[in-house]
Write a protein that binds this ligand. Structure first.
Ligand code: ATP
Length: 254
């Protein structure tokens, strides 16, 4: 067993051999009044989810599927920043534990060599000005030796990148430790000023041309990193700078 040195993140763990999705389980725990920091972990998901209802490939026994329950005292409109706090924490943990050059694709993916190693999906239950709970789901491809054809050119695993397998428990502990620290920086200022520089250091596509896809409108621009609200700053061809909000658009490298 591996030790976890956090105060609250991941100290209370609900383990599932198989489940629909760990986000669904963590939301259930949230409804039942489980404390902040409760972590739902599964060995296998049969309905793993990405953003916009897309599915997350979740074969049994090899990878990490986990969802952290939070009850942050912030405004609901600030909750999307937690996705970036988690992305930073996963990237740091994977770099320190594996030596792989894990980087961040804004806002929510961790990539190596341009391929996706990890996806993050944040969901919340809130009133207009009050958060009941937030669930941050994290799927990390750890020991997957290959991927289905449809995503083989876009997905990778720690094993494929490092040429060896990894134990999952120490990786989970490292992510929780990094998250607890980064989250306390975030809660101190209620923005990303404490991690902004480190996040931008790990960001891919900085200084490169990206395509911004807004509903009904798309354009190319130069990406230059996040601001303290977690918006991606891009410079348009007419020279103006736009702050792109994660909830509304996806950005693709071209
Ligand atoms: P995109 O990666 O398409 O720009 P996104 O960041 O919103 O968008 P998510 O919704 O987080 O992506 O993840 C779902 C997508 O990730 C799926 O549509 C599929 O392309 C890809 N995918 C699914 N399972 C895996 C996996 N195990 N590893 C890597 N990528 C996966």
């Amino acid at each position: 067993a591996s030790r976890i040195s956090t105060e609250w993140a991941g100290r209370n763990v609900s383990y599932f051999h198989e489940t629909d999705s760990t986000n669904t389980q963590a939301k259930k725990l949230g409804e039942e009044g489980a404390p902040a920091g409760t972590l739902a972990v599964a060995d296998r998901q049969n309905a793993g989810k990405g953003r916009r209802g897309r599915s997350w490939e979740s074969p049994p026994g090899r990878d990490i599927y986990m969802s952290l329950l939070l009850r942050p005292d912030i405004r609901p409109s600030d909750a999307p920043m937690l996705t970036l706090v988690m992305a930073q924490s996963v990237a740091e943990a994977l770099r320190e534990q594996t030596g792989i050059d894990a980087r961040i694709k804004w806002p929510n993916d961790i990539v190596a060599g341009g391929k996706k190693l990890c996806g993050i999906l944040t969901e919340m239950s809130a009133e207009i000005d009050y958060i009941n709970y937030v669930v941050i789901g994290v799927g990390i491809n750890v020991n997957q030796p290959s991927f289905p054809e449809e995503i083989a050119d876009r997905a990778t695993s720690l094993m494929l990148e490092a040429g060896r397998t990894f134990l999952r428990a120490p990786l989970i502990a490292a992510v929780m430790e990094r998250f607890e620290e980064n989250c306390s920086l975030f809660l101190g200022t209620r923005d990303l000023s404490g991690i902004q520089a480190a996040y931008n250091d790990l960001l891919v596509n900085v200084g490169e041309k990206v395509r911004v896809l807004e509903p009904g409108h798309e354009y190319s621009a130069l990406s230059s990193g996040i601001n303290k609200k977690g918006e991606l700053l891009v410079q348009k061809e007419d020279g103006t700078t736009e702050a792109v909000f994660a909830g509304e658009v996806s950005v693709r490298g071209i």
